[in-house]
Write a protein that binds this ligand. Structure first.
Ligand code: ARG
Length: 265
């Protein structure tokens, strides 16, 4: 054994031979596109059904399917990185990831520091309350109420416009709904599709969505400012919209026809 570990020319050649063999096998594997680059994609998997984790820890959802489909048609490989929603924009600014998909609303404010792909999902905010709540029905009835929101979200920005609201902020979806169920908060302002989906699929109980949509928003895939990846992402989205894949993914998660999307905002 010690003989084997000692340096000698035979062992060196043996080692180099093995290394070359491994490299050769990898680069001739026909199932792997040798030019395919791996892109790091940030996501906050606490947002059903866009991105969430199965009990086994697998990341799934509409955004995940869409991103994988874009990668397939645009010829790159995706590696998802979980992180809190709140840290995503600064992570993009620091170019620590190639892109982020996380139900991120395209806003003028965010466009100052990062870039977005063309819109890939039509969304909007809604008010959620406990099922037994009778007095919160619309924007006006939120005045002076206790509102729970996700830190750094468009729901959090919206809550700031409610006169005299007492706002509590949380890092993830399950937490602000818990605050509402506990009776600490009177209402939650968050993305309507995600909330309705969570209610319908029994992920949260005892909560209802009241009123119409408060806003009209579009989600985009976010990248560092003027990223060179934007073209590939946009072309990927265009391909999926025209070849029926987008519709297929949309129906898989929402069981309805997707609405028409604008090419840009
Ligand atoms: N659409 C909202 C926003 O952009 C909330 C998105 C939350 N997404 C998430 N994966 N937690 O601010």
């Amino acid at each position: 054994m010690t003989e084997l570990l000692k340096f000698n020319w035979r062992n060196l050649f043996l080692g180099l031979g093995c290394l070359l063999l491994v490299i050769a096998c990898n680069s001739y594997n026909p199932s792997v596109n040798p030019s395919a680059k791996t892109w790091k994609i940030a996501t906050d998997p606490t947002f059903v059904p866009f991105e969430f984790q199965t009990p086994q820890g697998k990341i799934q959802g509409f955004d995940i399917d869409l991103m994988n489909a874009i990668a397939k048609v645009s010829g790159f490989v995706v590696q998802f990185e979980s992180m809190p929603f709140d840290g995503m924009i600064s992570t993009l600014q620091a170019k620590r990831v190639d892109a982020a998909i996380s139900g991120i609303t395209i806003t003028a404010e965010r466009l100052k520091t990062i870039s977005f792909s063309r819109p890939y999902f039509k969304a909007g905010l809604a008010i959620a309350t406990r099922k037994d709540n009778q007095d919160i029905k619309d924007f006006n009835s939120l005045k002076g109420k206790k509102i729970a929101v996700q830190i750094g979200s468009t729901g959090a920005d919206f809550a700031k416009t409610i006169p005299n609201a007492k706002i509590s902020t949380f890092n993830s979806g399950p937490e602000f709904f818990q605050d509402l169920l506990n009776g600490n908060a009177d209402a939650v302002v968050s993305d309507a599709f995600a909330t309705l989906y969570a209610i319908k699929n029994g992920k949260i109980n005892g909560i209802k969505v009241v009123s119409e949509l408060l806003t009209e928003e579009y989600y985009g895939i976010a990248t560092p400012k003027d990223s060179l990846h934007l073209d590939a992402i946009n072309q990927g989205i265009a391909t999926l919209l025209s070849n029926g894949t987008y519709k297929q993914i949309y129906q898989k998660w929402f069981n309805i026809e997707p609405p028409k999307l604008p090419e840009s905002l």
